[in-house]
Design a protein around this ligand. Structure first.
Ligand code: SF4
Ligand code: SF4
Length: 428
């Protein structure tokens, strides 16, 4: 064990990380994990996979990726911050795509030397993690792919690119025939960039294999999500959130198998009335900004207050798995077009108008029999804050109670949030 830790210290140091600072981060996240996850009652047994995943997040998984690159099993590690970056293309070109999380405050003072104070915590997080050299995913990535989504990210990438090789995709903000064509070209440009980066051509075979691999993961997540319509809910919102967070970092084939095992156990629990909370616990649908590792704050508050999160309409939720890429493309071009269509249909708040997101929330609320919707935006996220007004109107019109929360990664407002969530759960 000590030997193992020393080996990982060497690996982190070889990646150029600040090992001492990273060890304090690991300690803090490890303690948080114990308090948040390991105190939950009646978890499905298959969640031991998630505990192992969390345990290996910065160590075993990084070793696996770095070794795969050394052995030539994978060509490049590609980091990304957004759901619009198609992992099928990265995989087809021989790379591994990892989601860069930035779900915690780190080195904020230093980050604020490069970006304004009133920037959302996610952006401050990735700047702080890079400046502090504490994220093995950022440090091991050969290239980071950004996107022109919100203004904050767009401008922060200009600073980030001074510290790390970057490529930025241009994501349209409206959907019409013109932007559809622009986005299609952007997908082709990205495919070429990946081929240049990895030196491996995307072929009919490699792309169709990658589409199938990612679809299988999304299908497993859909299957798990369906079990959460049961009352009592067979799995907590926290464990479901962690499963999706794992989808951005873990080995796809192995994780798919683990999610299917978890889904099978949850199907069994649902059929026999076994749940994580008693029958009748207040059921919440989460919508809003993504919740990156280790941002478990709001879900923990909701579930420690006696509620249960049964669905997530967000990028660390249904938006990741609800749509598949058709598997019947006959040429690389056909498959790339299908990828372009699938990704343009992600209902992020950067789009205007964005009625589809509201429709998704209402249909999920009905399907999952929720008692209320909690819409959360990370502080200073103008897009999701703005959309909260039309979301409130739509949800209330559908006769579903609604609450909006704006928060950050700190623990300072936890008491106040707990009081608000308790009152909401009581009211619904
Ligand atoms: S919320 Fe929008 S910008 Fe953020 S990760 Fe999701 S798709 Fe990308
Ligand atoms: S939370 Fe909002 S402001 Fe922050 S990166 Fe996402 S879309 Fe941009």
């Amino acid at each position: 064990m000590v030997q193992e830790e020393q080996d990982f210290n060497k690996m982190w140091s070889d990646l150029g990380m600040d090992v001492a600072a990273h060890n304090s981060l690991l300690d803090a996240v490890g303690q948080m994990y114990e308090t948040v996850f390991l105190t939950q009652k009646n978890r499905p047994k298959s969640t031991t996979y998630l505990d192992n995943f969390a345990n290996n997040l910065h160590s075993g998984r990084i070793r696996e990726m770095v070794d795969a690159r050394k052995d030539g099993k994978t060509k490049k590690i590609i980091g990304s911050f957004c759901l619009y970056v198609p992992e099928e293309i990265v995989i087809a070109a021989g790379g591994i795509e990892v989601g860069l999380c930035a779900g915690a405050n780190w080195n904020t003072d230093e980050a604020e030397r490069y970006i304004p104070r009133n920037t959302c915590p996610l952006i401050k997080g990735f700047m702080g993690f890079k400046l502090g050299r504490v994220c093995p995913y950022i440090e091991s990535a050969d290239l980071v792919v950004g996107e022109n989504t919100c203004d904050g990210k767009k401008k922060a990438y200009e600073q980030f690119s001074k510290m790390k090789p970057m490529y930025v995709m241009d994501v349209p903000h409206v959907r019409n025939n013109n932007t559809k064509e622009i986005w299609r070209q952007e997908i082709y440009r990205f495919a070429e960039k990946m081929e240049d980066e990895t030196g491996q051509k995307i072929t009919l075979e490699s792309l169709s294999r990658a589409i199938k691999l990612v679809n299988d993961k999304r299908r497993a997540l859909q299957r798990l999500s369906m079990t959460r319509a049961a009352d009592p809910a067979p799995i907590s919102g926290l464990d479901s959130l962690l499963t999706i967070q794992a989808a951005f970092m873990d080995d796809s084939a192995r994780l798919t198998q683990a999610i299917n095992a978890l889904a099978a156990e949850c199907e069994e629990r649902a059929a026999t009335g076994v749940g994580v909370k008693p029958h009748g616990a207040k059921r919440v649908l989460y919508t809003g900004t993504p919740m990156a590792v280790p941002n478990w704050k709001l879900f923990n508050i909701i579930e420690k207050c006696g509620g249960v999160v049964v669905g997530e309409e967000c990028c660390t939720g249904s938006r990741y798995y609800k749509d598949l890429v058709p598997e019947d493309g006959k040429t690389v071009e056909e498959m790339l077009d299908a990828i372009a269509d699938r990704y343009l249909n992600i209902h992020c708040a950067i789009f205007t108008p964005n009625q589809d997101r509201r429709d998704d929330v209402i249909s999920m609320a009905h399907r999952l029999h929720v008692n209320g919707v909690i819409d959360c935006s990370l502080q200073f996220c103008t897009l999701y804050d703005m959309e909260s007004f039309s979301m409130e109107e739509a949800v209330q019109k559908a006769g579903i109670p609604y609450m909006h929360i704006s928060t950050d990664y700190s623990t300072e407002d936890e008491g106040q949030l707990k009081t608000r969530v308790e009152a909401f759960l009581e009211m619904i």
